[in-house]
Design a protein around this ligand. Structure first.
Ligand code: F42
Length: 147
């Protein structure tokens, strides 16, 4: 079942621009940052507003599952979308031209450690973000809802 709600674009201009380009091109443009680093698009439901939120994140994929890294560029606070996923784990994930409904699950322990390595391999800046974040950066894995 598709997510229901009114779409509220990000207040951050460059994020909003990336979402617009990614979606309006059907996932053929706006799919990278810094030249060639791939990005996916997360759609979640606002924990308080119930509005549809769209968030570009780095692409960390393994065997059809994806990690969502709540790095918030190394800020001391979790990004707002972290709270949205805790409250409402059903999400939509777009990777280029493909879109799936998926369920997000917060990782811990050994499973988190394995995905963290994959995340840093995909985007090495995550290691710097972790060093200055003063919190353990949360990781979700998202997997298809119907397997
Ligand atoms: N951020 C990451 O954390 N990890 C990444 O890997 C990442 C990669 C990335 C790649 C490209 C790109 O363009 C951006 C990238 N970002 C990455 C930044 C990411 O897209 C987000 O901008 C960032 O993580 C901050 O997320 P945020 O959810 O904190 O966004 C803020 C700016 C925001 O949109 N706030 C909204 C607002 O209006 O202030 C609120 C949105 C919201 O969900 N509100 C809830 C609701 O109910 O609607 C309220 C929830 C509550 O309880 O307050």
């Amino acid at each position: 079942m598709a997510l229901v709600g009114v779409y509220e674009p990000s207040p951050t201009q460059w994020v909003r621009d990336q979402v617009e380009l990614y979606e309006s091109s059907g996932g053929t443009e706006g799919t990278t940052i810094r030249g060639d680093l791939p990005v996916i698009l997360l759609t979640s439901v606002g924990a308080r507003s119930g509005k549809i939120r769209k968030t570009p994140l780095m692409r960390v994929e393994h065997e059809g599952a994806y990690a969502l890294v709540a790095s918030n560029a190394g800020a001391v606070k979790h990004p707002v979308w972290y709270h949205n996923l805790v409250s409402s784990p059903l999400v939509e994930l777009r990777d280029g031209t493909q879109v799936w409904e998926m369920k997000a699950r917060l990782l811990s322990g050994e499973e988190r450690a394995v995905w963290w390595e994959r995340a840093v391999a995909a985007f090495s800046d995550y290691a710097d973000y972790q060093a200055r974040a003063e919190r353990e950066i949360p990781l979700f894995v998202v997997e298809p809802t119907a397997v």
